[in-house]
Each structure stands twice: as structure tokens, then as C-alpha cells.
Write a protein that binds this ligand. Structure first.
Ligand SMILES: [Zn+2]
Length: 135
């Protein structure tokens, strides 16, 4: 995956309140690629939902000993997820869950229940369909 444009980089940073999503610091904020950057060198540029604001320390740890935590909080998204805006994320500084827009630097606060529902839709869809889940 190519680098994000300056516009996307700036938009993601501002959307996330200039704070690391995982520890809340304002120091050394980087563009965190939610999907692992592939080896193939895709020319696709990351969009708004592909990135989060994360400090350099947390960004590095997401690939290491924080990987499971990062997936559970939506800081990382499985590589095969086509549309990362389907995966919400938790922001430690606000203590809230957010759904991301794919087409702009916006986020919408959602309930924890909605976050769980969104995560399940992506990672553990019920084979009986959405009606069975609602019942
Ligand atoms: Zn951090």
C-alpha cells in the first residue's frame, strides 16, 4: 500500500483529536495503517478509514505484543477486510467507540453494543443471516 496523501494524513490526525488512539499521548503521532502493509507494494493509497492516529511506540507495538489488543479495539484490521470502515475503533482518550467514514475525516460515536455488532458482522457473521442474530 502506498503512502497516504498529506490531506488524508492530516484529516486522520485531526479526526482523532491529535492523540494516540491507544495511549492518548500527543507526542510523536504517526499515521497508523490499520491493515498490515502488504509485501506486494500495492499502489492503492490509504483512505480515511485505513488510518488512525497512533504514537510511534504504540504503532510499533501493534505489530508486536499489542497485536491481539489492537485487533479487539479496531486499531488493526485483518488484511482481508475489503472495507476498513466496517470495523469500528475504540479511542482511549475519550473512552468511546467510533464508526469511521470511508470518504472523509469523520467519525461517529457509537455504543459499545453497536461496536460489538459491527465487529461480529465482519469477523463472526452468523451463517443463519442477520434475522437470526436479531431474534
Ligand atoms: Zn500511544
Amino acid at each position: 500500500m502506498a503512502d497516504p496523501t498529506d490531506k488524508v494524513r492530516r484529516g486522520v490526525r485531526e479526526r482523532d483529536g491529535e492523540r494516540c488512539v491507544a495511549c492518548g499521548t500527543m507526542w510523536a503521532i504517526t499515521f497508523q495503517h490499520r491493515r498490515a502493509v502488504g509485501m506486494g507494494g500495492s499502489k492503492e493509497r490509504p483512505g480515511y478509514a485505513d488510518g488512525l492516529a497512533a504514537c510511534a511506540d504504540c504503532n510499533a507495538r501493534f505489530e508486536g505484543n499489542m497485536q491481539t489488543l489492537a485487533l479487539l479495539n479496531g486499531w488493526k484490521v485483518r488484511r482481508w477486510v475489503q472495507d476498513p470502515s466496517r470495523v469500528p475503533y475504540f479511542h482511549v482518550a475519550t473512552g468511546r467507540w467510533y464508526a469511521l467514514a470511508a470518504d472523509g475525516p469523520w467519525r461517529r460515536e457509537i455504543s459499545r453494543a453497536e461496536a460489538v455488532r459491527m465487529m461480529n458482522d465482519v469477523y463472526a457473521p452468523d451463517p443463519r443471516g442477520p434475522e437470526a442474530v436479531a431474534a
